[in-house]
Structure formats: C-alpha cells, structure tokens
Design a protein around this ligand. Structure first.
Ligand SMILES: NC(=O)c1ccc[n+]([C@@H]2O[C@H](COP(=O)([O-])OP(=O)(O)OC[C@H]3O[C@@H](n4cnc5c(N)ncnc54)[C@H](O)[C@@H]3O)[C@@H](O)[C@H]2O)c1
Length: 393
C-alpha cells in the first residue's frame, strides 16, 4: 500500500476563494478524508504549502487548517520564488487564486519552475492574454487546468443527467438567472460581502468578465458550442465602500445581459447581476425548455415538468391566478451524495498530474471563457452581434 505525496503550492490562498473553496473545502477536506484512494494499493495525499504576501495571514490560515487536517500547521512562506526554486521542499503543482490581474505573472513564474499549473478563472481579461498564457504553459509541456467548478454543482449535474436521458427532447432555449444583492458598504450595519476590486475595472473587476467565463464552459459542456452573442453591461451603482473604509467610484459593470445563439440554433440567455434581489429558487437558476419537457436547476436541486403535466394557462388578470405555477413540477431525487464542486475538480486534476488520467479543463479551455467575456464587452460597446470564432489550437 503506497501513499504518494503530492506537493501543492497554494498561492493567494488568504483570499475569499483561496481560503473557503480551495484550502478549506478542497485540499484540507481531501487530506481529512484520507487522501484520494486510487485503488487498494495507492493513495494520493496532498501536501500543501501556502504562499502569499502577508506572513501573518498565511500563518493564521496554516495554523487553523493545518491543525484540523494534519494536527500541526501547514507549511507557509511569503517567498514564492524560493518555494518555486525548491528551497522549502519539492512541490509538483502550482495553484493560483490571487487576483485576476496578478494571475499571469504568477503562472509565468511557476512555468519557469516547471510546475503543473492550476488556477482560478478568469486567466486574463482579454482573449490574447489568455491565449498567450495557455501557449506558454503548453510550450513548456506542463499539465494545466482552470477552475470550472459549476460543472460539478448538483443542480447542473442533474440537468446533464436529464439531457442524457433524453428528457427534454429537442432543446429550444436555456435561461440562466444569476445574482443577488451585494451591499455597497455605504449603509449603516450593512458591510459589503464581496471584495471591492470586483467593482473597479482597473483592478480586474466587472461581472461580465467574471461570469461569462462560467457561462462559456457551462453552455459548451451542457448544451453545445456557441455561434454568436449579443451582450450589454451596466454599472448600476455608482459608489461602494473599499475595504480600507474609503468610498470609491465604481468603474466596472455590476450587471450584464446576454443572448447566446448556439451552433445548433438553441437560444441561451443569461442575466447576471450584483444588484438584484432574489425571488427565485436559488442564486443561480437555469431553466431548460425542450419540446418534451422543461427543467429548472438551482445550485443543488432541480425540478422537472414534462409535456403531459404542462398546465394550460389562460390570460385573465381580472381574477386571482387559478394556477399555482410551482405545482406540477417534480423534484429530481438526490440519488447520490454530491461532494463539493471545487473538491471534485481538484481530485480530478491531482489524478491527471499523478496518474496521467484524462483532463478536459485546460488553460486553453479557460481562454474560451475569457474570449466570451471579451466578445461580450465588444458587443456591448459596439451595440452589435458578435460571432464567436474558434480559438487557435
Ligand atoms: N470559481 C469561482 O466561482 C470564483 C468565484 C469568485 C472569484 N473567483 C476568482 O478567484 C480570484 C480571487 O477572487 P477572490 O474573490 O478570492 O478575491 P480576494 O480579493 O478575496 O482574494 C485575492 C487574493 O489574492 C491576493 N493577492 C492580491 N494581489 C496579490 C499579489 N500581488 N501578490 C500576492 N497575492 C495577492 C490577496 O491578498 C488575496 O489573498 C479572482 O480571479 C476571481 O475572479 C472565482
């Protein structure tokens, strides 16, 4: 029985995503479950080192999560170059969850050190930079990947299952509703709940570049390739409060609206907003309407209505609505235990690196998400439909 150590450099891990999704719910959780059991003879065991700028923040995270997972603090260092140079031990994988604009320089450092690369999305804020980064990593012959977590959300897995079962028949349209109210931090006792850079374009912010990366891989993987799009973005709220207490002018879009036309003719429209109040089943809902049936998925649950149970509404605003439109929908049962989406993708990436198992979520795939956001911005500025050309391979 072999337990193979997989050394992982976790960079930018003191941030919101780095700490919550990657350190806590993925890497620590994998260690706590006893590693990744490949078969009776082999277990892959992550051994992380936390890197970033602030030694005190790193020490705190290393203490909290290391004590829980291995009974002592995880390794940490604010000397990333030294870690890449092997001064703190051998590490196989470099992961980056720092800010979007910091991503490329960090990845390039890790490429020079010959590490397998895994990172958060977006990989850049324009198509060329994202492609250049993918090309550099590929030219160095390194295994690489980008976070595409939504694919492993239970609700989206249920949509995929329904589609593969043929539940929908021919799919006509898809509608995604994403968002919730993000407090500005300007009001009494209502602190902002997301990092403020998201609302400054000069710092890599903007909901279009953030969310279109997700919509690209969700649509590509669940419904098929995108032929063209039209998009519009807006800065709804003019000012928000910075983490340092000052008030700043918002320069990035905080709502974005898009229609994607798929190659097979399906229409997918996605609304994304940080300035909307939720009165739907979840923070993200995706409705799929097909000839034979429809489904609505939230993050975890999904509901279906087939052709035979579709009610016949009659337009009459003069009487109270006689139909309860939430009736006649059936909840898809939870026949499986659904693990954390980020953790599942981490396990797949570690297996890809250690065992050469197949892997589809490369930096080049990630560049397609950036391309969709880039074209969305162009569509918005030009007030025009944009074709989505294939990226060079
Ligand atoms: N997959 C998803 O669903 C998802 C969700 C939210 C954010 N993200 C992406 O994850 C990334 C991080 O977002 P976040 O919400 O955690 O932001 P955050 O501001 O909370 O975290 C950013 C981290 O990067 C660090 N950092 C910034 N500049 C640095 C530098 N020069 N050197 C070293 N470290 C530096 C910060 O200290 C912080 O730890 C962004 O690219 C964002 O787009 C992905």
């Amino acid at each position: 029985m072999e337990t193979r150590r997989i050394g992982i450099i976790l960079n930018g891990v003191t941030g919101r995503m780095g700490t919550n999704q990657h350190l806590d719910r993925s890497i620590s959780a994998i260690i706590e479950q006893g590693g990744i059991k490949v078969d009776g003879d082999l277990t892959l065991m992550p051994d992380p080192i936390l890197t970033g700028r602030s030694e005190s923040k790193l020490r705190e995270r290393a203490e909290i999560f290391g004590r829980r997972a291995i009974g002592k603090p995880f390794a940490y260092s604010n000397d990333l170059q030294g870690v890449l140079d092997g001064k703190h031990g051998d590490y196989d994988i470099f992961f980056d969850a720092s800010g979007t604009l910091q991503r490329a320089p960090f990845v390039e450092m890790a490429v020079k050190a010959g590490k397998a690369i895994y990172c958060e999305k977006p990989t850049a804020v324009n198509t060329q930079d994202a492609l250049d980064l993918a090309t550099k990593v590929e030219a160095a012959g390194l295994k690489n990947g980008v976070v595409q977590d939504k694919l492993w959300l239970p609700g989206l897995r249920k949509l995929r299952m329904l589609k593969e079962l043929g539940f929908f028949g021919r799919i006509l349209s898809v509608r995604g509703e994403f968002g919730y109210w993000v407090f500005t931090g300007l009001d009494y006792d209502r602190p902002a709940q997301r990092p403020s850079w998201n609302y400054r374009q000069q710092d890599g912010g903007g909901i279009m570049v953030d969310m279109f990366c997700h919509w690209r891989y969700v649509i590509d993987n669940l419904f098929g390739p995108i032929a063209s799009l039209v998009a519009y973005g807006q800065t709804d709220l003019p000012q928000r409060r910075h983490e340092d207490g000052t008030v700043f002018d918002c320069t990035a879009d905080d709502s974005a609206y898009a229609i994607f036309k798929l190659v097979d003719g399906t229409v997918a429209q996605f609304n994304s907003s940080w300035c909307t109040r939720v009165r739907r089943d979840d923070l993200l809902t995706i409705q799929v309407d097909g000839e034979k049936g429809s489904a609505v998925a939230g993050l975890r649950e999904a509901w279906t209505q087939d052709a035979g149970t579709t009610p016949k509404p009659v337009w009459n605003p003069d009487i109270p609505q006689p139909i309860d439109f939430h009736e006649n929908w059936q909840q898809v049962p939870n026949n499986l235990v659904y693990d954390n989406a980020f953790k599942i993708q981490w396990e797949e990436f570690i297996r890809h690196v250690a065992l050469d198992e197949p892997w589809a979520y490369s930096l080049r795939e990630g560049a397609k998400g950036v391309q969709l956001a880039d074209l969305g911005m162009q569509s918005w500025k030009k007030r025009a439909w944009m074709d989505v050309p294939e990226l060079p391979t």
